[in-house]
Write a protein that binds this ligand. Structure first.
Ligand code: TIU
Length: 233
């Protein structure tokens, strides 16, 4: 991002196109962890078909690669809890009838516990040492984390948001971010849900009413905007 002339991109989005200054934009990748993506993790203990989420990996990978090339701030989040569960509300741990509860030993280590294999990000999207990783105990990336301080420190005003799941951690994070004044562009094919219909409705909820929580754009549209602003430089 050498020149100011290459720092603004126009993304074809819904409900309307949006111009973003890339120097004030972060790519936020939500919870692309083995616990949600692979058999034997938290997602599967809740009764979900984890294969539903695989479709988001390639689109996220392509945007991640372009963001790295552009020098954009990249933030990865991970949902999980301390080994002593002191940050896990009983109301969350005791919820429902999962096959294993948060903290129980599973095939990828203790379910949804920081430091365990299942808590880690999938190899395809693994963070570089230079990238920021936010550990969060809740569904939203702002609650009980340093997210707000990090965005302020880097002068970020816009978020490109992707990850899993569309209607849970992606939506919660976008709602938190929207209330804090960030423009959120959600990457439609870079998100996925265990329930395809919730994915569709989760995206619709964001872009309805003139973009009540933000914008929705495809990974191709984001890549095109990045590429076009580079060639205009
Ligand atoms: N269960 C489900 O759909 N999602 C979560 O519990 N966490 C995230 O979305 N990351």
């Amino acid at each position: 991002m050498a020149n100011s002339s290459d720092s603004v991109g126009m993304i074809v989005a819904e409900p309307e196109p949006i111009a973003l200054d890339w120097t004030k934009t972060a790519l936020v990748i939500i919870d692309m962890q083995r616990d949600f993506m692979e058999p034997g993790g938290f997602g599967e203990t809740l009764g979900n078909d984890v294969s539903q989420l695989a479709r988001a990996v390639q689109p996220i990978g392509s945007v991640l690669s372009a963001a790295r090339d552009a020098g954009m701030l990249v933030i990865h989040t991970r949902e999980g809890h301390l080994p002593d569960l002191s940050d896990a509300p009983p109301a969350k741990v005791e919820r429902g009838a999962p096959s294993l509860r948060i903290g129980d030993p599973g095939p990828m280590g203790r379910i949804l516990i920081r430091g365990e294999a299942g808590h880690d990000i999938i190899p395809e999207l693994y963070p570089l040492d230079s990238e920021i990783v936010i550990d969060k105990p809740g569904k939203g990336a702002f609650y009980a984390t340093e997210m707000g301080d990090v965005l302020q420190k880097y002068g970020i005003e816009n978020l490109l948001v992707c990850g899993v799941t569309t209607e849970v951690c992606v939506n919660t994070t976008v709602r938190e971010a929207n209330d804090r004044g960030y423009r959120c562009v959600v990457i439609s094919d870079g998100c996925a849900s265990y329930f395809p219909e919730f994915h569709e409705m989760g995206l619709k909820m964001i872009k309805a009413q003139g973009g009540i929580f933000g914008w929705v754009a495809s990974s191709a549209a984001v890549l095109e905007a990045l590429e076009t602003s580079k060639t205009l430089a």
